[in-house]
Structures are given as structure tokens and as C-alpha cells.
Design a protein around this ligand. Sequence first.
Ligand code: GLN
Length: 482
Amino acid sequence: MHRKTLRELADGLRAKAFSSVELTQAFLDRIQAHDERINSFITVTAEPALEAARAADARRAAGEDGPLLGLPFAHKDIFCTEGVKTSCGSRMLDNFIAPYDATVTAKLKAAGAVMLGKTNMDEFAMGSSNETSYYGPVRNPWDLDTVPGGSSGGSAAAVAARLAPAATGTDTGGSIRQPAALCGLTGLKPTYGAVSRYGMIAFASSLDQAGPMTQSAEDAALMLGVMAGFDPRDSTSVERPLEDYCAGLGNALQGLRIGLPREYFGEGLDGTVAKVIETAIGEYRKLGAEVVDISLPNSHLAVPAYYVVAPAECSSNLSRFDGVRFGHRCENPHDLQDLYVRSRGEGFGAEVKRRIMIGTYALSSGYYDAYYLKAQQVRRLIREDFLKAFEQVDVIMGPTAPGTAFRLGEKSDPVSMYLSDIYTIATNLAGLPGMSIPAGFVNGLPVGLQLIGNYFAEGRLLNAAHQYQQVTDWHRRLPGGF
Ligand code: GLN
């Protein structure tokens, strides 16, 4: 059962080959048997999951159907879940039971999807390796000595090991796409504003976006269809008609114009990864696509601009964790100042503190214009590069990450870690949709091909990904031992 995609499992439920309760139990058993090795879950909600499965079976028995009705999934621990611990990978929220559901949680619940539990992640979604979690590192099922990527590393590892058929993730600078690439999954970061951020714990509000992490593009389309949509409770949510992301999956790619940015194939890219990407592009040519060389001249400014904007916004967002309203509180504070200082000092880990300090500095009087404002201007230039490229091409392709999964502890210097997202960050700065799909292996480790589209072109990305997955089987490979 665990080898099936969401779509295949839904067919099984429809054909009564198994019930949602049986399906849910099978995945709970897999979590029990295998998660000890990879540490992908922070919380497993076995009882509520079985209860939700029974409810889904009853709805189906009453004649209802739906793309996710009765299908299990794993939920990144950044989404508020009523009555269930929502830690964001931090000691700060280790004791936090969310009193309400995030919009994404509520939508998945209403669709009858069955939450198996909450997945491990880098603390407050800051990281590219899932090593900054208060709950310990996650391991990559393809090689247990390597990282799964981050920050949605728990979601990625859980799906790669098939402890869940699909999961949610969030992506501020690459956190859906990079772990999807390192774990051999399909991951989609939608256009900024496509999916509600209400109840999703904020890291950098102008960049954060939630999306699906799945086995296939078709599954991503099914999940996105449930997750996306206007939400009056999120002021950055975009009001537009709901889309059927599955409708165009079957379209032929004849005449599709693919842009290859020369900046994504230069120095820093592992040569063996580059080979895999070239082969994947060759596959697209066979499918009828045209390949055009393009340039995104301000690409080199993306990482520096991001590491001003994201810390600035996080320093503001994380100021709410003060030991007073919710989250960790130190013992016996002797005055208010002591309460703030020790609660935050104890509650946050090193990477989060580093970002808060950088962000506070960048926003302080006298430095705001030099750093934050300048970064926002660079952001505009990056966006313009993309818009210019999209006058010429339909989809931009390149590597998702500069290399394959690296070893735990290997990137101890923050800057080398930050460079893991060198090809994904610009998309967030511009607010564009981006996707990663499995395109091959190097030394037994998965390589991801990145697809970037124009605003709200998720359907086109999913179509391009799905067509590739009709002629390749990289996305169907499973790591040994799971
Ligand atoms: N790795 C990047 C960071 O550390 C992006 C994280 C993310 O997308 N949440 O900020």
C-alpha cells in the first residue's frame, strides 16, 4: 500500500480495496516501525487520525467523494492544529497546544484528509538541513548519514520513506523545493498569495508560502487544489477564482519554451548534478519543448538580499515570543526584563538568535536605508529579471540545489549552509511559483530539477512536471530499507 501515490490510494478507496481506517493504520504502523531511524515526526496523532479515518469512511459510505477524502498526510509542525501541539521545531513552543486551526489545516480537514501527525523541521523554518530543530536532526532515508534538507526536512523524509503518502511544507527561501530535491520528491511552492498564511507560524511574512510535498505532480495538483484559495483572514491572500490544477496535466508539451538561465549553471554547481539536469532537459526536448538560453543578471544578489529581508522580518515576527503570552517562560524571573531575557534566551536556539540579531541590526535607525531598503530595491530588480525572461519563455528550468544531500554536520559555517538555497531564493523574493521534481541520482542520492513559472502559472508547472513523469520513473524509486 505504501508504494502508491495519493491518486492511486484514492482509486483504491473508491474501489473499496481498503478503507481509510485500514490505510491510516498501515501508515501509523510504518511510522511506528521506521521513524526511529529518521526522526521525521515530532508528534504522531494516532487516535485522532483513526477517528478522522472512520469519519471519512462514513462520508464515503454516504455517497460522498473528493480528491483527498480518507487519505492520510503528514503536516509540517508550523501549521496550527487545534488541540495538538504546534512546536515549530522550537523549545519556545514545546508546550504550545494550538487553540485553533490554520486555514490550510481547516481546508485539509474539511476535505476529509487524515492527519497522521506533525513533522520535524528546522527551528522556526530557519535552515537547509533540518539540523536546527529542538527535537534533533532528521535523517535522509536515502542515506542515514546525510541530511534531508530543510526546513521542511521532516515532511520530506516522511514521504521519501513512505511513512506518509504526502505532506505539507512551507517555503520562505527554498524549504519545500530543496528538501524535495534532496529526498527525491515532488515539491511545489505556489505563487505568493495563492495559499493562506493564516495560522501558519510566520518566519518572513513577505516570503512564506505553503505547498504540497508529494510523490508525483498529479498528487501535488490534487493537494494544491485543496490548500489554495482566497482567505479573508490573510490580507496577502489573492482573490481569484479557484482553479482545477488537474485539468491541464495531460496537455502535450509541444512548443513549450523552456528558459535555461546561464547564472544557474555556473560556478558552484556540482558537475555531476549539472549532467543530470542536462539529461532531464534532453527529455523535455524529446517531449517537444524548445530550449532557450536566458539570463537572470541579478541572480548573484538574491542570497545577500534574502539574508537582510528574511532576518529583518523574522526579528519582528518573533518578538511576540516574550514569555508572557504563550510559549516558554523561564523559572522565577526577578523582574520583567529578566523574564524577557531569560525566556527568549532559553527558548530560542543559536540560528534563530543569529537571525534575530542580524534583523534587528538591519532595521535599526541609521541602518534601515542602507540595508533593508536597499534589499527591497534589489528584490525589485530580481523580479524584473524574471518578468523579462517570461516575455521569452514559458517555464524556467535549472537545478534546485547546487549538490545532493550532504552529511550531517558538514556545513557548520552559516554562509555555506545559506548557499544551499542559491537557486531557490530568487523565486521567493519575486513571489513566483517554483517546483522541484526528481530527475535522477548521483551516487545513490536524488537530484531535483527546478521549474519556475510566471505568477499563478502553477497549472503550467504541474503540466510540465506531469508530462516528464509520464516518460521517467525517478519519482517512483524508493530508498532501500523502507
Ligand atoms: N534555508 C533558508 C533559510 O534558512 C530558507 C528556509 C525556508 O524556506 N523556510 O532561511
